[in-house]
Design a protein around this ligand. Structure first.
Ligand SMILES: *[C@@H]1O[C@H](CO)[C@@H](O)[C@H](O)[C@H]1NC(C)=O
Ligand SMILES: *[C@@H]1O[C@H](CO)[C@@H](O)[C@H](O)[C@H]1NC(C)=O
Length: 359
């Protein structure tokens, strides 16, 4: 499950007015039980479209998206054609890479993530294209120079050949800086009531054992533009605090947690602490006072637990897309390229919570 969450967290940016459009494509050869080609479309991290090499057309996941496709059948047709065409293009890419890198047989995975972020206040657009091959960063597009950046020597041959494709690179520029921002605006307009809503979370204080850190857990919020922290006597704390990542729930909402290590705090001082949740665009923060009486411990019967959301499951279709071992998942954190390390996730700590929820 963790892999799925990581997959959705590529390139995650939390900032007040930015919207995003993201295409994630995974093409594979030799991987059992997943289609050779899977494409998903996300707006503001919400899955809105899906296609794979086993289906004949693109599936959309929301009523507003269905309405859009009905109003504009060419839109759907375009995605469907694109999906078919891509299956061949990506397969060919993999074949070329295998040859260039003298790789034989077994398993190969090529992933591409592309799209844009659009700031609805300033109108600023940031486009991006990144490729991963067999779980590692392979190439990224530089919109300024219209060339490709190769973080590794293996990618240099491909970089040079793609750099020479000037018309292709001009097309990427057009897609990223004009077409995609137009798409985001159309989707946000059609999906306004769903994508532009604000949902406040349920808040919980959780603790595995009496000596574990206390976790302030928020689940069910939307959108994913939030701030969460602990404070003491009204001052934000940075020490003994571990801030978790924002994770998607299966119902399109999000969850996040912040842990506070209280091992050196005396019981009398507990009341000086509180957890603050701030959702962008909502004036009032949700304050949860640290109170032993309301802390839920981990090993409660699942029925008493906020079960569904904790699992952080994603639409079943997407599951297919990414049921690949962590090795294949590469992600980008902050501004640095970094290969995925499947043990590097603060969310692992919720294992017991997850188990409780899964029972
Ligand atoms: C692949 O193998 C050929 C011939 O054995 C060799 O000339 C070439 O340098 C190899 N390429 C790589 C990337 O290892
Ligand atoms: C909490 O802090 C104490 C010391 O302040 C440390 O020994 C302990 O390992 C910490 N616990 C966790 C789970 O980080």
């Amino acid at each position: 499950m963790k892999e799925i969450l990581l997959f959705l967290l590529f390139f995650h940016v939390v900032s007040p007015v930015k919207h995003s459009l993201k295409f994630l494509v995974t093409s594979s050869s030799g991987v059992k039980n997943i289609p050779d080609y899977v494409g998903v479309l996300l707006v503001d991290e919400v899955l809105i479209g899906y296609c794979d090499s086993t289906g004949e057309k693109t599936e959309v996941t929301h009523d507003w998206m269905k309405k859009l496709m009905k109003d504009d059948p060419q839109h759907l047709e375009w995605y469907t054609q694109r999906c078919l065409l891509n299956q061949y293009i990506y397969k060919a890419h993999i074949d070329i890479l295998k040859k260039q890198l003298n790789q034989t047989g077994d398993v190969h995975i090529l992933q591409r993530m592309y799209g844009c972020e659009w700031d609805d206040e300033t109108g600023e657009v940031n486009g991006f294209v990144q490729l991963g091959y067999n779980g590692e960063d392979f190439l990224a597009f530089d919109l300024k120079t219209l060339t490709w950046i190769a973080p590794k020597p293996e990618a240099v041959i491909t970089k040079h050949s793609w750099d020479r494709d000037r018309p292709g690179n001009e097309r990427w520029k057009y897609l990223l800086t004009q077409h995609h921002p137009e798409l985001v605006k159309i989707y946000l307009d059609y999906g306004k009531s769903s994508l532009m809503r604000t949902d406040l979370p349920s808040m919980y204080l959780l603790q595995k054992t009496p000596s574990s850190p206390v976790r302030c857990f928020a689940t069910g919020f939307y959108p994913d533009r939030v701030m969460m922290f602990w404070r003491k006597d009204g001052e934000e704390l940075h020490e003994n605090v571990e801030v978790g990542e924002i994770l998607p729930n299966h119902d399109g909402s999000f969850q996040m947690s912040v842990d506070l290590n209280l091992s050196s705090v005396t019981p009398e001082d507990w009341r000086r602490y509180e957890c603050v949740f701030h959702l962008s665009g909502v004036k009032d923060d949700i304050i949860t006072k640290l109170d032993k009486a309301v802390i839920r411990t981990n090993c409660v019967p699942p029925s008493e637990f906020p079960a569904g959301p904790v699992i952080g499951g994603v639409v079943g279709l997407l599951l297919l897309a990414v049921c690949i071992t962590g090795v294949f998942i590469w992600r980008r954190r902050n501004n640095g390229f970094k290969p995925a390390n499947s043990s590097d996730s603060s969310s692992t700590d919720t294992s017991c919570v997850k188990d409780a929820a899964l029972n």
